[in-house]
Design a protein around this ligand. Structure first.
Ligand code: PMP
Length: 441
């Protein structure tokens, strides 16, 4: 070996020692040195340092809260009131199954090949009818299908925002939106207040910062349940028109009303196409369909489609085909009636249980729709309560997750949609135990 490479004997011996130390070779006395078999130790040495390769990921309040929480041991039969998940038993799986069984054999195979990025044309056209019924005048070329409204949020941000651009958000607002704006490096201007929009602050922002976008959940906000009044919607649109403000109206919950029907979407009064409107079937049918939609100016749809091509070419057309049939056969409105009754009862049970067991500790406004109860502790921190709650087998989202800046520590969100009433009540009883532990400690 030394002769072959022209290196000294000492260099060769040192090289063997180094290989041995690194676990790459093994020396057998009297036999020689062999390349070691591919053990774990060896592959560790050669592993790609994944965590060092990623571009920086912005830390959100939620990431740090979650990091702390996952280290807390929890009871096995945990009740999660955290995720905004519909009740899986409400998914119309039998109808889906029957539609597949009856219609799939005669379906047009071309519907399951690559289709236009904007979506399955019959579904696009049907959605226009659905939107018209909801007071939104639009057309198929103004409407595209998304893989959930989360995708719409991402794509819209991607095509409109650059690092440093200003975006206005309600405060608190949807975590998923905050995270996207942070990832893009946009600067968020917050509109505080759970009850009404402060149009004076908004106008000041518009003049001072010339924001590119106002992200808004107009009906049954996640997390607060807030609904903009009809007057607020009209005033906002007037202001938006004056300043050429683009509004992204995210509307997953407006069909889930438990009292009076809420006002029409902002988009319904949008005469100069400044509103981008997004809807989804995730909360009303099943999140796993991964089907949402967006309606806005044709130039925007065009640009969004180019961007969407990079991500997934088009949304899943098995889902789109199925959903189109489901809607066209007229099942949707009955289903909506059914889940409104279901979730109203659950909201009422949760409210009743909190008033009964925790009335001294928690205050809240009863939401008229949506999935969430936005709670305030009369004293103490919700992150501390959560630590104790997890040990008692119940989980919720602490309020700080919904803010872009440090916030009050006493808020948290409960989702009342996922579980039957008895489970909700049990969840609140466990929360009561968590309170007891904190007060004893
Ligand atoms: N926007 C809001 C306000 C939401 O609450 C959610 C779901 N939690 C989404 C968007 C994302 O929904 P989708 O499943 O349609 O992507």
């Amino acid at each position: 070996l030394c002769n072959y490479f022209g290196v000294s004997r000492t260099t060769a011996i040192n090289a063997y020692r180094w290989l041995e130390q690194e676990g790459l070779v093994v020396t057998k006395v009297g036999s020689g040195t062999y390349v070691k078999e591919n053990t774990n130790q060896q592959s560790n040495t050669l592993q790609v340092p994944w965590s060092q390769l990623f571009i920086p990921y912005p830390q959100t309040p939620m990431t740090s809260i979650l990091k702390e929480l996952v280290s807390t041991p929890y009871a096995s039969e945990i009740i999660s009131l955290a995720t905004g998940m519909p009740d899986p038993t409400s998914y119309p799986l039998t109808i889906f199954h029957n539609l597949f069984k009856e219609r799939f054999p005669t379906a047009n195979p071309a519907d399951f090949g690559y289709i236009p990025t904007e979506g399955y044309q019959p579904l696009r056209e049907y959605l226009v009818e659905l939107l018209n019924e909801q007071g939104i005048a639009t057309t198929a070329d103004r409407t595209m299908i998304l893989s959930g409204s989360q995708q719409g949020l991402y794509l819209t941000s991607k095509v409109l925002l650059e690092r440093g651009d200003y975006v206005i958000v309600q405060s608190p607002t949807y975590i998923g939106a905050i995270q996207i704006f942070q990832t893009i490096g946009a600067r968020m201007l917050i509109l505080p207040g759970e009850q009404s929009l402060n149009l004076d602050i908004l106008e000041d922002y518009l003049i001072r910062y010339r924001p590119k976008l106002f992200y808004l959940i107009s009906t049954f906000n996640n997390p607060t349940g807030q609904v903009l009044t009809e007057q607020e919607r009209k005033d906002l649109l007037r202001l938006a028109a004056r300043h050429r403000l683009v509004i992204l109206e995210d509307d997953p919950y407006s069909q889930l009303y438990y009292e009076e029907k809420p006002p029409l979407a902002l988009k319904a009064w949008d005469t100069n196409e400044s509103v981008i409107y997004m809807g989804t079937f995730s909360k009303t049918l099943a999140p796993g369909l991964r089907t949402g939609y967006l309606t806005g100016h044709p130039a925007l749809i065009n640009r969004l489609s180019l961007e969407k091509q990079y991500v997934d070419l088009h949304s899943n057309n098995f889902s789109q085909w199925l959903l189109y049939l489901y809607l066209r056969e007229g099942y949707y409105s009955e289903h909506l009636k059914f889940i409104r009754v279901l979730y109203k009862k659950r909201r009422d049970s949760l409210v009743k249980a909190i008033r009964r067991y925790l009335g001294d500790h928690i205050s809240f406004d009863v939401p008229e729709g949506g999935f969430y109860l936005w709670c305030k502790l009369k004293s103490g921190s919700s992150a501390r309560l959560l630590q104790e709650a997890i040990k008692c087998g119940v989980f919720f989202v602490p309020g700080q997750a919904f803010y872009t800046v440090p916030s009050e520590e006493n808020e948290f969100r409960l989702c009342f949609a996922t579980h039957p009433e008895a489970v909700l009540v049990e969840g609140i009883k466990r929360l009561t135990t968590a309170f007891d532990h904190i007060h004893k400690s």
